[in-house]
Design a binder for this molecule. Structure first.
Ligand code: ADP
Ligand code: MG
Length: 321
């Protein structure tokens, strides 16, 4: 007998033990109740992942569970928030027990690692799609936004860019990689790192921040628009993995690192006088952080190669184009 909706909820979602003191009422009623500590703001973000759009159809249930939570936590990181709780709206073609077991194992593995409680959701039948709403906490008025970058600020990114884009090229049959390299880039696509610690450390230091979901060029451009400034980046400063270097070991094809999405690193701007401080903090967190360019008065985004020529950059992913 296939599982009923309520068996699915009770067996796979409602029975998980993690409890946060701020959650006054969790799964089981018509809605959850949250009591934020005084002096803290609630930060809310929602992301939907659709099979064939946000992850390839052949992605494992465990990777889907992990990624669906990671991308939502990444938005909290970009705001400088501490994750608190999530809701999960799950649409499934069928109530497949082994799929659900794998999905929830990896979902809760990541949730537990950030002390995040699942407080509710919805379970429906249809084409596979996962919506996670993430709730976070932030001391009042310390949130990082896309607005606030000032002329003269330095532009930084965490981690490495482009590996998730390489993974997509591999899956589309446009790139062949050695087995180990392929595994590395697929891991970056399927199990992105939410930069929560880095985001929290950026409160009161970064002038603006965003997470890179649609590609560096597209996402940094959102900061530039919101802050009413421009920027110039040095392609040679872009942090890329050894796999990336080996793959594009010519006079540098930076296009994947610049324009492919799905890396979920943070891009942020910092006043120049705080450069030493930010680099010390990130190194203390063991998060690679690279200075890639400057905020300028002149509108728009320019990317220069090693001899100062402007590189043409594509734009990022757009669901309706
Ligand atoms: P309602 O019909 O009032 O919207 P549901 O019957 O859909 O409530 O859900 C019952 C309870 O189970 C609710 O508390 C809801 O938040 C929770 N729930 C449903 N699906 C999920 C899920 N996938 N993950 C976590 N909680 C869920
Ligand atoms: Mg109800």
């Amino acid at each position: 007998m296939p599982l009923s909706e309520f068996e699915v909820i009770n067996r796979f979602f409602a029975s998980h033990g993690l409890k946060r003191p701020e959650v006054t009422l969790g799964i089981g009623d018509d809605a959850a109740l949250i009591t934020p500590p005084s002096g803290q703001q609630l930060v809310v973000s929602t992301d939907t992942l659709i099979a064939g759009v946000h992850f390839p159809h052949e992605t494992s249930a465990g990777d889907i569970g992990y990624k669906s939570l990671a991308v939502s936590l990444s938005d909290l990181a970009a705001m400088g928030a501490e994750p608190l709780a999530v809701t999960l709206a799950l649409t499934l073609p069928e109530a497949d027990e082994s799929w659900l077991a794998e999905f929830t194992e990896q979902f809760f593995l990541l949730a537990d690692s950030f002390n995040v409680q699942l407080i509710g959701g919805d379970t429906t039948r249809g084409a596979l799609s996962i919506t996670v709403q993430a709730l976070g906490l932030l001391p009042c008025d310390q949130g990082l936004t896309r607005a606030g970058a000032q002329v003269g600020d330095l532009v930084y990114v965490t981690g490495e860019l482009g590996d998730a884009g390489l993974a997509l090229l591999v899956l589309q049959g446009e790139l062949r990689l050695p087995v180990k390299d392929k595994a590395q880039v697929l891991k970056r696509l399927n199990r992105p790192t939410a930069r929560i610690g880095a985001g929290i450390a950026l409160r009161n230091i970064a002038s603006a921040a965003i997470d890179i979901s649609d590609g560096l060029v597209a996402d940094l451009s959102h900061i530039l628009k919101a802050s009413d400034v421009g920027a110039t980046l040095q392609a040679g400063k872009l942090p890329v993995s050894d796999v990336y270097r080996r793959t594009f070991d010519v006079a540098g094809d930076w296009s994947v690192a610049l324009s492919a999405g799905d890396d979920f690193e943070l891009c942020f701007t910092v006043p120049e006088k705080r450069q030493g401080e930010i680099e010390r903090i990130m190194s203390g967190l063991e998060v690679r952080c690279s200075w890639i360019g400057m905020i300028e008065q002149r509108q728009g985004l320019r990317v220069l190669d090693d001899i100062g020529r402007e590189i043409h950059t594509g734009s990022g992913y757009d669901h309706f184009r």
